[in-house]
Design a protein around this ligand. Structure first.
Ligand SMILES: [Zn+2]
Length: 275
């Protein structure tokens, strides 16, 4: 797993085993906040060990940017902590997370020790502010990748943990393309120093404008391309011809996962348009 110090008391982790998914830690003098938990127990426990043995504080809060497995299934490894999420995140973890973990346990023995822990503290509209040492964490809605997405702004440092509302390849299969475009536009206007994407690398200040444009262009292109073929009888087959490069993205992103995500976006949009 990669680890980096982003600013004073703010740390970033990136999985080497699952889709370059990321997590964050913001530490205060008495306790720390974890933002997302990664996918597999070994990596989650490495984060906990770093916090408890290098930073020498316990974890008091865990924030889930959304309910997907790679962001929330590690909640159970922070037993003393209060979990914070969107109201919908709690519902979705209960409705979908619990059965999907049961199914996952049959495939992957590493998941045997995992238990779903639902957020105990939830919010719906507006912001939630958490004071950690000298820093404010402002938690706000960031929909589009999912219907329960939230982001966490480290106000003093202008670092945004964007969850999957910002990714190298935006992914809207479980969300809404227009909501994701709106979230990305909003992020572009926040005056940020860094964007911590839910997957992939940290985006630096000088790269933000280009990344915002590229993501909006990608989602708009995908929408337009699917719409253009949606009325055709063989629309599903025609999706194969909409290449990721034609939508302004490269297939090398996310260790080769990019094209799989792209194809699933196309199929999801076609389904939505035919409904
Ligand atoms: Zn994810």
């Amino acid at each position: 797993m990669h680890r980096e110090r982003v600013s004073e008391n703010v740390f970033w982790f990136q999985s080497e085993v699952y889709a370059q998914v990321t997590a964050g830690v913001v530490a205060g003098p008495q306790w720390a906040v974890v933002i997302d938990t990664l996918a597999l127990p070994d990596e989650t426990l490495t984060i906990r060990e770093f916090i408890e043995h290098e930073l020498n504080v316990p974890v008091r809060y865990v924030i889930n940017t959304h309910y997907h497995a790679d962001h929330s299934w590690g909640n159970c490894f922070f037993p003393g902590a209060t979990v914070i999420g969107h109201t919908r995140c709690r519902e979705l973890l209960e409705e979908r997370g619990i059965p999907s973990l049961e199914a996952g346990k049959k495939q992957n023995p590493a998941l045997r020790q995992v238990k779903i822990v639902l957020p105990q503290m939830t919010f719906k509209d507006g912001d939630l502010t958490l004071r950690v040492g000298k820093k404010n964490l402002i938690i706000s809605n960031a929909f589009g990748h999912s219907h329960d997405g939230i982001s966490v702004l480290v106000e003093e440092d202008r670092i945004l943990f964007a969850g999957d509302s910002f990714m190298p390849i935006p992914h809207v299969v479980d969300g809404d393309v227009d909501e994701n475009i709106a979230s990305i536009k909003h992020i572009g206007k926040m005056g940020l120093e860094n964007i911590v994407q839910g997957h992939g690398d940290i985006i630096l200040r000088g790269e933000i404008d280009a990344a915002v444009k590229e993501n909006i262009n990608y989602l708009s292109s995908v929408k337009k391309a699917v719409k253009a073929i949606s009325k055709r009888k063989n629309a599903v087959e025609l999706l194969e011809d909409i290449r990721i490069e034609d939508c302004g993205k490269s297939r090398v992103y996310l260790g080769g996962l990019a094209n799989t995500l792209h194809q699933s976006n196309l199929h999801a949009l076609l389904r939505q348009m035919s409904n």
